[in-house]
Design a protein around this ligand. Structure first.
Ligand code: NAD
Length: 434
């Protein structure tokens, strides 16, 4: 592990004890300690008033041993290259955990997209793709939506690639709109998958039939669909937070009408992004985000951004189980503290993999030129996640380790096996095995 400081260093530190395992070759250890490729681009944007701004963007390919890079594009004013590298690393592990034929990648632009008009946002999205034409592609590196990017933005990006390539190559991007090669079921896939993983875990432990209480931090694409489906499945969603604050109702909240009210203002104002907040809800108690994190609930769901739980607030966490839908929402030190206190953490690389699993299905459908029904998509998602989650949970019990260790081990071992398949140092130094 060569990195020091920052999000990627913290993510790699998490991995250190697992990497020192005999099943992981020294070669794989070295190769996984830094990204394969980091591309930085400066994207000029003509604003509606005629002025010019230049935005910095990145595309990082962490590893492509098992297949083309795969990972979302984030638009956020706090995006840094370190964050994109860490997110690309988690993508590499995640794709291997659920046995997809992809490597890991990620992209981002340091921008506050809520300050842009629709046309400015379209020009910036297209500019990002033009700047990265040489590194992305259906067999190279395949972007998808992430924080503040959605299917419309993926549609613009795929269209820009089509114009540059002079042909439809729909598998270049996933999470596209219907009619442009988008897959049914992609929008809800991350939340749906997270609920499925949680259900499997709860049932394994003889729980889940007694309406467990849930608090959800982050009410965007992933958090909303999770909350909606969990509510429908009998979980009692008592609290929901977005970036402006949190709401609480002991008898439970119905996420769908809250989502519809939140989005109504966006529709009325013709905005791309939602400026309204769950905090506009009446007949509920209002909490701070920190208060939501400290609620005494059965399940705390983290569906916002990285580092939601750190040394700063880990002592206030009272939930028995934490479900990581966001990538990297618990830092290394806090994760150790939760583990020591017996709190179960269902890790991001398994819990939020439903999105990339359905993205893989979109890519397969694009290449076949034939499309599956929503039911078929849901069945395929359930089959893959069920099988891989069972493997992770079984490993954790058999090896008496945390779910995070078991999941990371499953992913890293698969990447290492692929790397060693072409010969490792041990092989070339004359040893018998690879
Ligand atoms: P999104 O932009 O749709 O939603 C993010 C939500 O988090 C918003 O409701 C925002 O208000 C809220 N938020 C931001 N900061 C907050 C804070 N400090 N406290 C409480 N809420 C806060 O993004 P998304 O697509 O739902 O992604 C959320 C997380 O899930 C990210 O970490 C992303 O990488 C991860 N993820 C998303 C997908 C997907 O398919 N969308 C797949 C895998 C992982």
């Amino acid at each position: 592990m060569t990195r020091s400081g920052g999000l990627l260093a913290d993510a790699l530190a998490h991995l250190k004890p697992l990497m020192d395992h005999e099943r992981i070759s020294e070669d794989a250890r070295r190769r996984l300690s830094q990204p394969n490729r980091v591309v930085e681009v400066e994207i000029p944007l003509r604003m509606d008033d005629g002025s010019l701004r230049v935005y910095t963007g990145w595309r990082v390919l962490y590893d492509n041993t098992r297949g083309p890079g795969k990972g979302g594009i984030r638009f956020h004013p706090d995006v840094t290259v370190d964050e994109v590298e860490a997110l690309s690393f988690w993508m590499a592990v995640k794709c291997a955990v659920v046995d997809l034929p992809f490597g890991g990648a990620k992209g981002g632009i340091c921008v506050d997209p809520k300050q842009l008009s629709r046309l400015e946002l379209e020009r910036l999205s297209r500019g990002y793709i033009r700047a990265l034409l040489d590194v992305i592609g259906p067999d190279r590196d395949i972007p998808a939506p992430d924080v503040n990017t959605n299917e419309t933005i993926m549609g613009w990006m795929a269209d820009e690639y089509r114009q540059a390539a002079g042909q439809h190559r729909r598998g270049v991007i996933t999470g596209k709109p219907p009619g442009h090669g988008g897959s049914l079921g992609r929008t809800a896939a991350t939340g749906r998958g997270a609920l499925q993983v949680l259900n499997i875990w709860e049932r394994r432990n003889g729980r889940g039939d007694d309406h467990p209480t849930v608090a959800v931090q982050g009410f965007g694409n992933a958090g909303f669909h999770f909350a909606r489906l969990a509510h429908d499945a009998g979980y009692r969603v008592v609290a929901i937070a977005d970036s402006r604050g949190a709401i609480y109702r002991e008898e439970g909240l119905d996420p769908l009408p809250i989502w519809e009210r939140k989005n109504k203002t966006k529709e009325l104002a013709g905005e791309v992004y939602c400026e309204a907040s769950v905090c506009s809800e009446v007949e509920v108690d209002h909490l701070t985000n920190d208060e939501l994190l400290g609620l005494d609930v059965d399940i705390l769901v983290l569906a916002a951004l990285e580092n939601a739980i750190t040394e700063r607030n880990v002592d206030s966490i009272r939930a028995k189980t934490v479900l990581e839908i966001a990538n990297g929402p618990i830092n290394n030190a806090a994760d150790r503290a939760l583990h020591e206190r017996g709190v179960t953490v269902i890790p991001d690389v398994l819990a939020n993999s439903g999105g990339v699993i359905v993205s893989h299905m979109e890519w397969v459908q694009n290449r076949m030129g034939d499309y599956w029904s929503e039911l078929e998509i849901e069945q395929k998602l359930a089959a893959r996640l069920g099988e891989q989650a069972d493997l992770v949970f079984g490993r954790a019990v058999a090896e008496e380790e945390s779910l995070r260790s078991a999941a990371y081990r499953q992913g890293i071992e698969r990447i290492a096996i692929a790397m060693d398949g072409l010969g490792s140092e041990r092989y070339f130094c004359g040893d018998t095995g690879p």
